[in-house]
Design a protein around this ligand. Sequence first.
Ligand SMILES: [Zn+2]
Ligand SMILES: [Zn+2]
Length: 252
Amino acid sequence: MSTITEDQIQMLLDENCCHECEGVGKDNICVRIEAIAELPTRFGDFQIVAFWNNRDEKEHVAIVKGDVLDAEDVPVRLHSECLTGDVMGSLRCDCRDQLEAALRMIGRMDKGIVLYLRQEGRGIGLINKIRAYSLQDQGLDTVEANLALGFRDDERDYAIAAHMLMSLKVKSINLITNNPKKIQQLKDYGIVIHDRIPHIMEPNEHNIFYLETKAAKSGHLMDLHGKKHLEEQSDRPIVEGMTTDQIKEMYG
Ligand SMILES: [Zn+2]
Ligand SMILES: [Zn+2]
């Protein structure tokens, strides 16, 4: 299997070492590659690319499968960091299921990229996210909890993501998403997107609530206790086995 070679890694690091550009988006986001290493995982063998950015102290990473340099139609998934979900396996959200499904999907492909964006709690941070959970524990509805959680600054996410793809010299991508709006926004930042790959998860005991009709109620996800789930990722996955009606109900 071809990966990013040692020569290519050196070339990328040399090139990025002094990189500065006018940036992407209204905030002139600029990123540069700082380090690249092998990353064998339970989902397959990847390489991890660590980025510096001029916006915040966050260290965003790309999990890369295969040789993506100058490649066309590279499958790409954007994932926003969720400590409680991704790491602890929290069931208050479905972030870990989404991340695992993306890594598993790309792990089986020749090439692909998961951009892991450090936008915990939609960019407002872990403490505020936990505050929002706490409000929900006290019985407040998701509107108030969502207000505490803040609204995602999509442009910032996509600008960083767009520049990361440019730094990796990806020529064109196939975006893994169920949300066509996301495609347009990435295109606006100059990313060439040829196709959309639906994000479909295998059913397991943890995401089975998607499969129940009560999973979707006025556009909100509900867990088995009838509590609404906060949506921390910007588009929802489809679980294998969902009926067309269930998908329609979820997406409206
Ligand atoms: Zn730049
Ligand atoms: Zn989450």
